[in-house]
Design a protein around this ligand. Structure first.
Ligand code: C5P
Length: 402
């Protein structure tokens, strides 16, 4: 397959499980993305697929043992580690995840993983109980917290005959993530970006609150991608069950008033505000210090307006900051989005129709970008792709600033 001379290099690690055969398809997928692929296998992987298969598919030598003849003057695992623009382990067994998490380096693959400075993408594949095991859970979280990118396994039929989570993610999904990392540039370097995410909880009494169904996924994806692209990122988030994105300063708050204070306190050090939070518009006017008893329950709760954080930021902006807002509407989407753009003095509104509830919690969404220059309808995309598209527009808006 012809490739451009400057095609980025992917070092693909293949480990010993039945999904190893899917790595052959992955090689092809990556090559179709104009990426150069070099394969490293564990001993166990060679029991499932012959190195010759990968050698033929890639046209490159396949590394298995640390003790092979050196094909070049350099120590091979170090030269591979340096050559990689991305290192991807797919499929990755529970054993190799454990070894990587604990810094073991006892074969060609794990040595290369330890030696590389490139981003590392891990696509696990294993039996559902192995995937759910405490040891695997904590190893995966350890890797995530160190900046490893995990392409979550899917749910489906497993080789052992069980049905459950643990099946290698789709080849195209892994390919897309690997390509993203291989072509990731530091185009946001020097920008200080503040992102808000998640819902806010407005307390009624010590145990009850008014909230909403925002999962925080979009805001977290924006923060994560912005940091990978070189920005200095602060994420102010309401209560969500997502782990801190790698390389991001996370400020966790509960109420709209706390979120407002956290945002306003950081504006002097901020170039871009991306307000993806679903801030509650109202809060209970009175907070009951004690849990309200069933029998004393009021028939209605008096509400009071919360401050509109983004509108305040818009009013304070002297033109220096680029501001992005979200519009989740069930009615006339575009009309509301345009009104928001004007009223809150924004540069971009990301509008989505939430009438069928599909935007909440899922990993995909369909949005429309609304700017002062017009509207742009996007197809259904993973939230991380939407994050990248938003950040492209933020970068362009910053460049257009006088
Ligand atoms: O006016 P509406 O609440 O629909 O606007 C949504 C946008 O404004 C989102 O970007 C949201 O993060 C932001 N917002 C805010 N403070 C509020 C309400 C919304 O920053 N109190």
């Amino acid at each position: 397959m012809g490739r451009s001379a400057d095609a980025p290099t992917v070092v693909l690690g293949v480990t010993g499980c039945i999904a190893a055969y899917k790595a052959c398809e992955l090689v092809r997928d990556l090559q179709r993305r104009d990426l150069r692929v070099k394969v490293v296998m564990t001993e166990a992987a060679t029991r499932f697929v012959a190195p010759l298969t990968f050698r033929t598919l890639t046209g490159e030598p396949v590394a298995v043992s640390l003790w092979d003849d050196e094909p070049a003057a350099r120590v091979h695992h170090i030269s591979l580690a340096e050559e990689a623009d991305v290192l991807c382990v797919a499929p990755c067994t529970a054993n190799v995840i454990a070894k990587i998490a604990h810094g073991r380096a006892d074969d060609m693959l794990t040595t290369t993983v330890l030696a590389t400075e490139a981003p590392i993408v891990i696509a696990p594949a294993m039996n559902v109980h192995m995937w759910r095991d405490e040891a695997t859970r904590s190893n995966v979280e350890l890797l995530r917290s160190r900046g490893f990118i995990i392409v979550e396994p899917g749910i489906g039929e497993l080789a052992c005959g069980e049905v459950g989570e643990g099946r290698l993610a789709e080849v195209a999904t892994i390919g897309e993530v690997v390509e993203r990392e291989a072509r990731c540039t530091q185009d946001l370097a020097g920008l200080r970006i503040l992102v808000t995410a998640g819902p806010t909880y407005e307390p009624i009494d010590p145990v009850r609150f008014i909230g909403n169904r925002s999962s925080g996924k979009t805001g977290f994806a924006i923060a994560e991608r912005a940091a990978r692209r070189g920005a200095v990122v602060t994420l102010v988030t309401g209560p969500v069950s997502l782990p801190d994105p790698f390389g991001v300063t996370v400020v966790r708050v509960t109420t709209a008033l706390e979120m407002r204070d956290a945002v306003l306190a950081r504006l002097a050090q901020t170039d871009v505000v991306i307000a993806a939070a679903a801030v509650a518009d109202f809060r209970p006017a009175n907070f009951a210090g004690e849990k309200i008893k069933k029998d004393d329950a009021p028939r209605s709760i008096e509400l009071e307006r919360n401050p509109d954080i983004l509108a305040e930021v818009g009013a304070l902006n002297d033109g220096r900051m680029v501001l992005v807002g979200f519009a989740a509407e069930t009615g006339d989407l575009l009309e509301h989005a345009h009104k928001k753009l004007r009223d809150k003095h924004l540069d971009l509104v990301v509008a989505n129709d939430v009438s069928d509830g599909s935007a909440f919690g899922g990993s995909e969404n369909r949005v429309v970008f609304v700017t002062h220059h017009g509207t742009e309808e996007m197809p259904t995309l993973p939230k991380w792709r939407i994050a990248e598209e938003i950040l492209d527009r933020v970068r362009d808006a910053v460049q257009d600033r006088p």
